[in-house]
Design a protein around this ligand. Structure first.
Ligand code: MCA
Ligand code: AMP
Length: 507
């Protein structure tokens, strides 16, 4: 037996004193040091009483220790459940309950608020702060730097990542060791990653992009990361000359283009810029090439599937497309009503099958059956077409989803809160174009007869429940919502009506 994910991503670097993490303060952590910390955390987790298969819910700032916790989970057969640092206690409560997590690791600042929540669901709580201090590392530091790696099958769960849904309830996507490993290997090969690569890492490590794409690809190739706590334009510009590659959401690239210090010379050492998580405007792609001579490589993925398609490393990186299916991945375009495959060139729903596709939603067999067909094809909810040269184009969404700065926001979650407010009859939450975030959220509300809505009170209710990035940037009051003859709210009409609201604004 073995542990495919740990063996390939981490254990392959045992004993290497080559740099793995270059930190902002100039410190360098070698592969060996990183793996030793991971082993200590794995020992501490078992001492606490965790067993293989247990879920570990993690809401901590980005730090080398946080990444070592991911390595520890892979090694100890624990299921890593990373959570956005912006989530509120209400949101976390749901994830802890639904996942049945045995351990919650949080920042020391959230400990007081989360202790009762963890207690309600019989989870233990430990802390990990941005500087690596906290109760978990205190225990880990007293532990041996060796750990007998737990045997795992490729089909065993490695991670549980929550993704919101159109009904407003989040679902835990079950990702196996093979899902993650097959994708990391395919991407590293397609994008020609090697041990010489130094990746500028400014993405958060609680989502697929920063954790499984940027980190796993670098690990599988034996390269290193310039590991930044967050996207900070000055820091990115300062460190870019040391890097060979960068991955980001489109906002990263539009922010760079907005700064005159970002020049061809600054980007000269980089061999590859990758964009994903949200559509990259063709205009950004073109401007980027004019400024730097680089063509950004755009790829397409999802939490449930890791990466599905990529523009070619060699060959034409076509603006406005997401390239070709990755090796081993099949894509088909189907009629959303009948499920029948459509000919190339026609627009339909994108379905995907391959070793990257998740195992299903945690403890939600009906939701899994709705989206994952018995023949293995996953219905992505994205609308697209395949052109005559085989490039996949995403042309829209068959799901009510807003993507702001690379974060997904499901309107239903916000509408449920707005609808509950006193004097509100109904609401519709929509995404409108935004120069910095790509799209941003606005809420359209209709008051009950005779009421004048308390907009500040409504925003306060949203703030209490939901992460900041989900908050509507504006609330608009209408007498009624536009509806079609079937009575369905026509969000497209609202989107058209308000599409100019933010176009000339900065951030
Ligand atoms: C921060 N804020 C946001 C966002 N980020 N609001 C809306 N959308 C956002 N994405 C809030 C802040 O809390 C702040 O609130 C205000 O907006 C302005 O913050 P600012 O300082 O400008 O933002 P920032 O801290 O610089 O963050 C922007 C960011 C960040 C760098 C674009 O959001 C980011 O790193 N995004 C990456 C997301 C990502 O990794 N997505 C991958 C998901 P206040 O008004 O209170 O100050 S994985 C995925 O989608 C699939 C699998 C895939 O294909 O990759
Ligand atoms: P998530 O559920 O956070 O994993 O987000 C997945 C969604 O992000 C996909 O279903 C797409 O709608 C969107 N997405 C990811 N990459 C791209 C891209 N390159 N272009 C357009 N949309 C994308």
């Amino acid at each position: 037996m073995a542990n495919p994910l740990y063996d390939r991503l981490f254990d392959a670097h045992t004993g290497k004193v080559t740099p793995f993490l270059h930190l902002q303060d100039g410190r360098v952590i070698t592969h060996h040091e990183f793996l030793s910390t991971g082993a200590q955390i794995a020992n501490a987790a078992f001492k606490i009483g965790l067993k293989p298969g247990d879920r570990v819910a993690v809401q901590v700032q980005k730090s080398p220790e946080a990444l070592a916790l991911y390595a520890a989970c892979a090694r100890a057969g624990l299921v890593f459940l990373p959570l956005n640092t912006a989530y509120t206690t209400d949101e976390l409560s749901y994830f802890i309950e639904n996942s049945g997590a045995s351990l919650v690791v949080c920042d020391g600042k959230s400990e007081a608020a989360l202790t009762p929540v963890a207690g309600n669901f019989n989870a233990r709580i430990e802390t990990m702060n941005a500087d690596g201090s906290g109760s978990l590392m205190e225990q880990a530091k007293a532990m041996p730097v060796d750990f007998d790696t737990i045997d795992r099958d490729g089909d065993d769960l490695a991670a549980l990542l929550y993704t919101s849904g159109t009904t407003g309830r989040s679902k835990g996507a079950m990702l196996t060791q093979n899902n993650l490993l097959s994708n990391a290997e395919a991407l590293a090969k397609e994008w020609r990653f090697s041990s010489d690569d130094v990746l500028l890492h400014a993405l958060p490590i609680f989502h697929t992009h920063g954790l499984f794409v940027a980190t796993n690809v670098t690990l599988v190739a034996g390269g290193s990361l310039i590991f930044m706590p967050k996207f900070d334009l000055d820091e990115i510009i300062a460190r870019m000359p040391e890097a060979t590659s960068m991955m980001g959401v489109p906002t990263f690239y539009t922010r760079l283009l907005g700064d005159d210090r970002f020049t061809k010379e600054l980007a000269a050492h980089i061999r590859l810029f990758v964009s994903g998580s949200a559509p990259l405007l063709a205009e950004t792609h073109i401007q980027f090439e004019e400024r730097t001579g680089h063509r950004i490589l755009e790829r397409y993925g999802m939490t449930e599937t890791n990466m599905n398609t990529s523009n070619p490393f060699d060959g034409e990186r076509r603006a406005g497309t997401v390239g070709f299916p990755l090796p081993g991945v099949e894509i088909k375009i189907t009629n959303p009503d009948s499920g029948e495959t459509l000919p190339d060139g026609e627009v339909g729903q994108i379905e995907v099958r391959g070793p990257n596709v998740f195992k299903g939603y945690w403890r939600m067999p009906e939701k899994t059956a709705d989206e994952l067909r018995e023949n293995g094809f996953f219905i992505t909810g994205d609308l697209g077409k395949i052109d005559e040269d085989g490039y996949v184009h995403i042309v829209g969404r068959n799901k009510d989803l807003i993507i702001s700065g690379g974060y997904n926001i499901y309107p239903k979650e916000i509408e449920l809160i707005l609808d509950e407010q006193p004097g509100i009859l109904e609401s519709a939450v929509i995404g409108v174009p935004h120069p910095d975030f790509g799209e941003t959220v606005i809420g359209v509300v209709v008051a009950e007869n005779g009421h004048s809505p308390d907009l500040e009170g409504m925003m306060e209710a949203v703030r209490r429940s939901l992460a900041r990035f989900k908050h509507p940037r504006r609330l608009v009051v209408l007498d009624e919502l536009p509806r079609n003859t079937m009575g369905k709210v026509q969000k497209n009409i609202l989107r058209d009506q308000y599409r100019e609201m933010f176009v000339s604004e900065g951030t």
